[in-house]
Design a protein. Structure first.
Length: 376
């Protein structure tokens, strides 16, 4: 008989963190990955990093490398340009991550679940979710259709309107439509009340968004939006509203909503843009929980759940709303992969709801493991 005690500890779950990417939100994604890996319980989870460079190369990174991704001197981190190529593939019933040395696979590791922390195109738009589905690999967050529909703001508003959810006035047009007949596009914009917000239709983190108060400035704002996407959306600004966001989290007992949080800007005419979201010196306050009447809180939470269900989301989402002075709630958008940085709203509203950052990450991974890809 052996003198050594038999371990009854459960084996660690191997998590593939995928981050970086080719979108304009590369740095935000890297910052999020650093936050997540530092929050994971090393006794329960083993992390393998897949960093996607700005030019689309997949590299294998150690947990230590991922944990080191932090903002320094006001600059967001990025995936290193050089390293060992990463290959995610299926062998029998197992999905493996291996390095690649020429034509040789190096150190293949079985992967249990994927957590794609990619923001923007080719990350939260259903593309990588489709790859996980084809591999039969469980993953955190929404599936292909929900991710794609939530990413395209025009499609999202169409889905929400079909579900009888309140959305504000807008118009949208493609680069091709703009080039063929800019006057018609400008005529559509002219039906909206100014100020308007001109944005890439499938962008995120407020990149490429312009607040326009003068009709003569629309053309420049549209061209800026087209720098980031092939479709542009113009939304009518809503006067005298409060920007209130609510987190939705899926668990074994169904959907839960967080306490709402409010975005409070301290500069007149300023909106919650990229710098305000990710650079802490920007003059913005995230009021968590938001100072709202109980009836309005319940209304925001109800709209958040209905929005989540309307797009067919899974796992998590942040639903952004406008609350009017008379207590009405309008849906601005749903984000199926909200930021997880220390300054992000989603972790903050859940912390205020009793779910701290490590608990939140753990619950998301456990929910993903319960929801196997459909064909397996």
């Amino acid at each position: 008989m052996s003198d050594h005690p038999v371990s009854t500890a459960a084996p660690r779950v191997t998590v593939a963190l995928v981050f970086g990417g080719v979108s304009t939100e590369h740095g935000v994604s890297c910052l999020t990955a650093g936050n997540v890996v530092r929050a994971l319980d090393a006794g329960r989870y083993e992390v393998v990093g897949i960093g996607i460079t700005r030019d689309g190369r997949w590299l294998r990174l150690t947990p230590e490398q991922v944990a080191g991704l932090q903002t320094r001197d006001g600059r967001l981190p990025s995936v290193p340009e050089e390293g060992t190529d990463a290959l995610l593939y299926r062998d029998g019933d197992t999905v493996l991550l291996a390095g690649r040395d020429g034509t040789t696979l190096v150190d293949p590791v079985p992967v249990d679940v994927a957590f794609a922390l990619l923001h923007g195109s080719y990350g939260e738009d259903g593309t990588i979710q489709g790859q996980f589905e084809m591999l039969g690999l469980p993953y955190v967050g929404s599936g292909v259709a929900a991710s794609a529909n939530a990413m395209d703001k025009e499609r999202m508003k169409q889905v929400l309107s079909a579900g009888a959810l309140p959305v504000g006035p807008y118009t949208a047009f493609t680069r091709q439509q703009w080039d063929a007949d800019p006057a018609a596009c400008l005529d559509a914009v002219a039906t909206l009340r100014f100020p308007v917000y001109v944005k890439p239709c499938s962008g995120g983190s407020s990149i490429g968004i312009t607040r326009v108060t003068d009709p003569d400035a629309v053309t420049a704002a549209v061209e800026e939006a087209f720098r980031h996407d092939t479709k542009c959306m113009v939304e009518q600004g809503v006067a005298d509203v409060r920007e209130v966001e609510c987190g939705v989290l899926e668990g074994p007992d169904g959907l839960r909503t967080s306490v709402p949080g409010e975005i409070v800007m301290h500069t007149e005419g300023k909106f919650y843009d990229f710098d305000a979201k990710y650079l802490p010196e920007e003059q913005v306050t995230l009021a968590v929980p938001a100072d709202l009447d109980e009836e309005v809180v319940a209304r925001v939470q109800e709209v958040a759940v209905r929005t989540f269900e309307a797009v067919g989301a899974a796992g998590l989402a942040r639903v952004d709303t406008f609350v009017t002075t008379d207590g009405r709630v309008l849906v601005n958008e749903i984000n199926t992969m909200p930021g997880f940085t220390e300054h992000s709203m989603y972790p903050q509203v859940w912390a205020a709801s009793g779910v701290d950052y490590p608990m939140l990450v753990d619950q998301l991974l456990q929910q993903a493991l319960r929801r196997r890809p459909t064909w397996r």
